[in-house]
Design a protein. Sequence first.
Lengths: 159, 159
Amino acid sequence: MPTELRRPERTFTIRQLCLEFKCTPRALRFYEDKGLLKPARQGLNRVYSYKDRARLQLILNGKRVGLALAEIREILELYDKGDGNAAQNARALRKFRERIVVFEQKREDIDHAIEELRTACSRLEDLLSRSRPDLLPSAEEYDKLVRARVDGLHEARPH
Amino acid sequence: MPTELRRPERTFTIRQLCLEFKCTPRALRFYEDKGLLKPARQGLNRVYSYKDRARLQLILNGKRVGLALAEIREILELYDKGDGNAAQNARALRKFRERIVVFEQKREDIDHAIEELRTACSRLEDLLSRSRPDLLPSAEEYDKLVRARVDGLHEARPH
DNA sequence: ATTGACGTTGACGCTAACGTCATTGCGAAA
DNA sequence: TTTCGCAATGACGTTAGCGTCAACGTCAAT
C-alpha cells in the first residue's frame, strides 16, 4: 500500500499538528488536560487521528471567535453525544440555538465597529487630501493589505 | 438654571457610569491605571465628563469585539491625536485600515461558525422530528430568545 | 455623635491559557 | 556508544483583567 499514506487511517504526531495549525505541543497537551482532546497512545506517545485533527480545528475556530476553552469543550461534548438519546439531542439543539443568537449579536457588534472605523478613515482621508495629499496611502499599499489577507486564507491560519 | 441639569456640561460620578454600563468602580479605576481614562478630580473624587463617558463606551465596545485593553488604548490615542499633524493622521489612517481588515476576517470567522451551528441544528431538528417530534422546541421558545435579545438592545448592554 | 452611603488608595487574590524550564525516555544516525 | 531529535511528565512562572478586602476620608441624615 504505497499510495495509501494519506486518507482517513492516517495519524499524526503532536509535532505535525502543531506545524500545520501553528500552535505548540504545550497547547495541545493543555487542551487534552482540559478534556478537549483525547488522542490515542502508543506507549507514552500521543497519536492523533483524523477525528482528533478535526476536533483541533473546531477548537481553534472556537478560539478565534472568542469562545473560552470550557465553552468549546461543552460544544464538542454536545457534538459527541449527537445521536445519543432524543432528550440529549433536544438539549443540544437548544444550546446551539442560544449560541447562534449570541454569535449574531457579536457579528452586529463587529459590523458596528467596522462602520465606525470606516467613518474615521474617511474623515482622515478627507483631512489629508486637503492638507497633504501626498501622504495618502497609495492604491498599491491597499492592494498589499488585501493580498496579504487572501494569502492568509491558503496558509494554516495564523493568529 | 433648572432645566440644564443634563447636556454636555454634565458630569458623572463613578457609580453613575458603572450603573449605566453595568461595570464596577474597580474596572473604571483599572482602565484609568492602564491609561484609557483620565477623569478630572475634585479633591480626590473622580469626575467624569461627557467625553469620558464616550471613551468608556468605546472601551466597552472594543472589549465586546475582542480587543485587548492595550489595543483599545492605542486606538483611543489615535483618535485623540486626530487633527494633530498630517504625518500622525496618515499613521492613524493606516492603522485603522489594518484594523478594518482584521475585523472583516473576524466577521467571516463568525459567519462561518454560525453556519456550522445552523447545519448542526437542522440535523438535530431532523433527527428529533423523526424520533420525538414532541421534543422539538416550540415556536414560542424561539420567540422568547428573540425577544430577550431585542430587549437587550434597549438596556445598557449586558455581557 | 454616630450611622450609612459613597468615595479614595493600596495590596493581595484569582482564573484562563498557556510559556518555560528541568528531567527522563526512546529510537535512529554517526 | 554517544549523540540527536522528538516525546513525555511535572512544576513553576507569566499576563490580562479584574475581584476582594482593609483602612481611611467625607458629607448628609438621624
